[in-house]
Design a protein around this ligand. Structure first.
Ligand code: SF4
Length: 232
C-alpha cells in the first residue's frame, strides 16, 4: 500500500531511515591517503571492485608507495600492472597525467589540503585533474573527508530512478545534485553505503526483489506496477 508523502525531502528522509533500520548505520572511517583513494577510484571505472582492487595492488607491488616511480615509469609497465582493471590504455596515461598535475600544483603527492576546502572547491579542483569526473571526485571528497558530496554509482542511479527521487532518464550528475539538495551532508556517507547495499541485495538491476523490499510503500516503480508482477 502506498504511503502518502508530501515532499521529495520527506521521501529522502524516509529512505534514509528505512535503510538504516534495515541495514544499520555505516560509520565514516576515512581513507588512508587521498591520492591512493583517487588513483584507486580512477582504476575502478567500468569494472568491479575485485578487478580494480587487484590492479591497485599490482600497481603498489610493482612500484611501491612511490608515486614518483609511477609518474616516471614507461607507460607499458603501468599498463601491465593495472591490466586487471581493464581500459588500461586510457587509465595508465590518465594516472600519469593526474600525478604530474598534483606534483606540479602541490610539490608533493598530497591532497590533504582539500580537507579544509568546501565541497564545491574540492570538486572543482579534482575534476580539473585529467581523467577525473564528478563521480571519482565525489568519492574522494566523501570517503576521505566526509565532505558534502554524494557520489552516484550505477546502483544509486537505478534505485533513485525507480523509487522516484529523479526521473527514469536522469543522469548520475543530476541525481547527485538532487540528493545533495534533499539531505544534510552528515547523511551522505551512510546513505551512499546503504543504497549500494540495497542495490546489490534487493533492488537488483535485472529483476528487483520488490517482495523483500522495505521501501515498497514509497517506491514509484512498485506503486506504478500495481500488484507487482515480479517481472522487473
Ligand atoms: S520496491 Fe522494488 S523497485 Fe522499488 S526500491 Fe524496492 S526493490 Fe527497488
Amino acid at each position: 500500500m502506498a504511503m502518502a508523502v508530501e515532499t521529495l525531502q520527506e521521501k529522502a528522509h524516509i529512505i534514509f531511515d528505512t535503510l538504516v533500520e534495515h541495514y544499520g548505520e555505516p560509520v565514516f572511517q576515512g581513507c588512508d591517503d587521498p591520492v591512493d583513494e583517487l588513483i584507486a577510484t580512477i582504476l575502478s571505472a567500468n569494472t568491479n571492485d575485485a578487478n580494480s582492487g587487484r590492479a591497485f595492488e599490482q600497481l603498489k607491488a610493482r612500484f611501491g608507495d612511490d608515486w614518483d616511480a609511477v609518474r616516471t615509469a614507461p607507460l607499458d609497465a603501468i599498463k601491465e600492472a593495472i591490466r586487471p582493471a581493464g581500459m588500461y590504455n586510457q587509465k595508465a596515461p590518465a594516472i600519469v597525467a593526474t600525478l604530474e598535475r598534483i606534483k606540479a600544483d602541490r610539490g608533493a603527492y598530497d591532497l590533504n589540503h582539500l580537507a579544509q576546502a568546501s565541497a564545491d572547491e574540492a570538486l572543482a579542483y579534482l575534476t580539473s585533474l585529467p581523467g577525473v569526473g564528478h563521480k571519482t571526485a565525489s568519492i574522494v571528497i566523501l570517503f576521505c573527508f566526509n565532505g558534502a558530496a554524494f557520489p552516484v554509482d550505477t546502483h544509486i542511479q537505478r534505485i533513485s530512478q525507480r523509487i522516484g527521487i529523479n526521473s527514469r532518464r536522469a543522469s548520475a550528475e543530476k541525481i547527485k545534485r538532487t540528493w545533495e539538495s534533499l539531505l544534510p551532508p552528515s547523511m551522505f556517507f551512510p546513505l551512499h553505503i546503504n543504497l549500494i547495499r540495497h542495490g546489490r541485495r534487493i533492488c537488483q538491476a535485472l529483476v528487483p526483489r520488490c517482495d523483500q523490499c522495505p521501501l515498497q510503500s514509497i517506491c514509484d516503480y512498485y506503486q506504478q506496477s500495481g500488484e507487482w508482477s515480479g517481472q522487473g
